[in-house]
Design a protein around this ligand. Sequence first.
Ligand code: NAP
Ligand code: GLV
Length: 309
Amino acid sequence: MALIIRVGPAREQWWLEHMRSLLPDIDCRLWNDPGDVSEIDIAVVWKPPAGGLKRFPNLRAIVSIGAGIDHVLADPDLPKNVPIIRTTGGDLKIRMREYVVLHVLRLHRRLPEIESAQRRQEWLQIVSPPAYQRRIGLMGLGDLGADCGRALAGLGFDVAGWSRRPKVIEGIKSFVGQDGLGAFLERTEILVCLLPLTPLTEGILNADLFARLPRGASIINAARGGHLVDNHLLSALDAGQIASATLDVFQIEPLPENHPFWAHPRVLVTPHVASLIDPVTGGQAIAANVRRFLAGEPVPDLVDLTQGY
Ligand code: NAP
Ligand code: GLV
């Protein structure tokens, strides 16, 4: 039984040792030193290069080191009919919850204006409306979106969510599909994107969507850079339709040094850190899924490839 690991070069050796300690019965190997490729049963990957996975003719499962699987599906030569398992878990949720609550509160309490007033030594007293008057809209009410929604509702915000199927979650108004999108956007002052990147959601944060938000709304994109049409956002910021954007994910990562987002006064750039996988607990979640899969037990993180996320 053999497993191949592909992570960024920075912690490759660390991950190898970690997975070996968690899965002592499995021969864990590194992507660039696979040995006999026909022996590889499981590939544990983040952003595998195109064509890389088809090297393994007997692959039984692909494990995404992360909740999103778009980086795996992006491979045009992805081996067909190999199950994909994503990585979820408590830590990933906690981190995303912290990120979303942090940035919603930052915008709700207009912290950027207070910080810039400090630089001018200006005593700027802003009275923000109470949370129950602030309407938050979460695009995506899955593992992460629903959890963030509950946390925001717990702080008293007026929270709505948009998903493919209806949801019954205490404190969250549910809007569904294309039919529900207009009403969802009309009521949303702070929009948080936590959708998976699929052909249906690619480029969804575009000029048309911005125009359907109330003037002066803000957006937080913690999902994928491919959701956002960058130049549409820049135009909407210039026009005042969108007041500000908090962006954790980008079309190209790291964000190229000449990209206008870096220096834009109303864009906050964070370097894909909203919920980075914790190698210790993330590795444990991956090992648990690998064990379940190999034992033929149900794997809750197994992706339904017919829906694509
Ligand atoms: P998930 O559990 O699969 O939930 C996805 C949600 O999006 C579901 O509510 C789903 O609706 C909804 N959805 C999917 N396609 C839709 C469509 N066409 N129209 C309307 N709603 C749609 O995913 P998750 O675990 O919450 O993660 C979401 C994404 O966050 C990941 O795919 C990843 O890209 C991103 N992420 C980013 C970071 C970071 O550090 N920035 C970390 C982790 C994850 P249904 O509920 O009706 O199926
Ligand atoms: C991170 O972006 C993830 O998909 O877990």
